[in-house]
Design a protein around this ligand. Structure first.
Ligand code: GRG
Length: 384
């Protein structure tokens, strides 16, 4: 399966010239007043799709792994495990799990497992990193195949990433980032092993990434960014610490991300991008404030970014689609109440039905004590 690049802005390719950055839309959404600190935005096309192209999106994802003659397929090789998570989750929301063969997917994921340290790389033979380890665990949980893991070994890889100040490094090379705090806590929660880390110190670090505007950055002192808000709020939610957040300030900052075209940006003065329909909206959902944006305008923005020829969703209308934006567009529509899609859990970015199934193992949301460890089968009992 191919997938999208790490930074959408690095690969955005325009299919058409119908969007005109800098011009104002004919009618701005009623509740989405343009912020004085936001950049100019696009004009929505009147010929853009207005309904969900469900069948085309399923075909788009099903075909991703057949595009091996395309440069992008190989340029994104290092992210393949993330791509599988994005594609599998999107298919789950579309009610189309059978579009891929779970056994083959699990087999490929396990080819990316590094038995020496217990983590997953982004591709077969690549070094272990928390980003890929979480994606692999998420897919195994969705397929109910966590039994293939040497659970204790995976837990030891994740726990070993925690620093004395509570932060996490993604891999052995030492980069610290709030994303990795989310990855570690989400993954351990899904494995029922939050007891393996110092959760109080983990919370302390994430709270140190909070800024005066209510948002969160990658590290203490870094600019607030919506993707980091998702990571920090999600991590605090899993650990039952949402009370630590100034929900009024953060809710205001998040709702200011909506631009006149209906789309959301990730920080002031930046362009709208479909993926923020997830990072911003999921954060608002965790805070119980989805109504603080103009939902109808955002729905139309996401639908407009669908590709009518190939299926899939792009970062913004008129650009080429990829699986990253396809997942986060669909996930956003799900949070916005599209009843033709499966419901998504805003904290885990996994189908709500899956989280409900594993709920006894995952952490509570109420600040109650972390649940006891769940012991997995012995490695000898594992099978693909
Ligand atoms: C389970 C959904 C889920 C995530 C796991 C890995 C992770 C936790 C989160 C990643 C968050 C992240 C860094 C997303 C990328 C967001 C993005 C579009 C970044 C681009 O930033 P800029 O500065 O673009 O290039 P802007 O939009 O600011 O111009």
């Amino acid at each position: 399966m191919t997938n999208a690049p790490p930074s959408p802005s690095a690969t955005t390719m325009s299919k058409t010239t119908t969007n005109t950055p800098g011009s104002q839309p004919a009618s701005a959404p009623a509740t989405a007043a343009p912020s004085a600190t936001n950049a100019a935005t696009i004009t929505m096309s009147t010929t853009a799709p207005t309904s969900l192209l469900r069948a085309q999106h399923i075909e788009f994802i099903r075909n991703l792994d057949t595009r091996r003659d395309e440069l992008e397929y190989w340029l994104t090789e290092h992210l393949r495990v993330n791509g599988i998570y994005w594609g599998v989750t999107a298919l789950e929301l579309l009610g189309a799990r059978d579009a891929l063969v779970p056994k083959d997917v699990v087999q490929f994921l396990m080819s990316c497992y590094n038995a020496d340290d217990g983590g997953f790389g982004g591709f077969t033979g690549h070094g272990s990193h928390l980003l890929y380890t979480l994606s692999a665990i998420q897919v195994l949980v969705m397929y109910d195949r966590v039994n293939v893991l040497d659970r204790e070994k995976v837990v030891s890889f994740i726990a070993a990433r925690q620093n004395p100040d509570g932060s996490f490094t993604g891999d052995q090379w030492g980069e610290v980032d709030a994303r990795f705090s989310y990855c570690a806590v989400s993954a351990l929660s899904l494995l029922g092993r939050l007891d393996a880390i110092d959760t109080a110190k983990a919370v302390e670090f994430v709270l140190a990434c909070r800024n005066f505007d209510g948002g969160f950055g990658t590290v203490p002192g870094a600019e607030s960014h919506a993707a980091m808000v998702f990571c920090c709020v999600g991590m605090l939610d899993i650990l039952g610490q949402l009370d630590e957040i100034d929900t009024q300030a953060l809710g205001w900052w998040l709702s200011e991300r909506q631009l006149p075209c209906g789309g959301l940006n990730g920080r002031p003065e930046k362009l709208e991008d479909v993926c923020y329909s997830w990072w911003v909206l999921s954060s608002l959902a965790m805070l119980g404030k989805v109504d603080w944006i103009n939902k109808a305008a955002l729905v139309q923005f996401i639908l407009s970014a669908q590709d009518t020829e190939t299926g899939g969703i792009a970062d913004r209308p008129g650009n080429l689609p990829d699986v990253f934006h396809t997942l986060f567009g669909l996930a956003g529509l799900s949070l916005l109440g599209d009843s033709t899609l499966g419901a998504i859990d805003p904290t885990y970015c996994m189908p709500r039905a899956v989280i409900d199934r594993v709920r006894p193992k995952v952490a509570p949301r109420t600040g109650a004590p972390v649940p006891p460890a769940v012991t997995g089968p012995k490695p000898a009992q594992r099978e693909l």
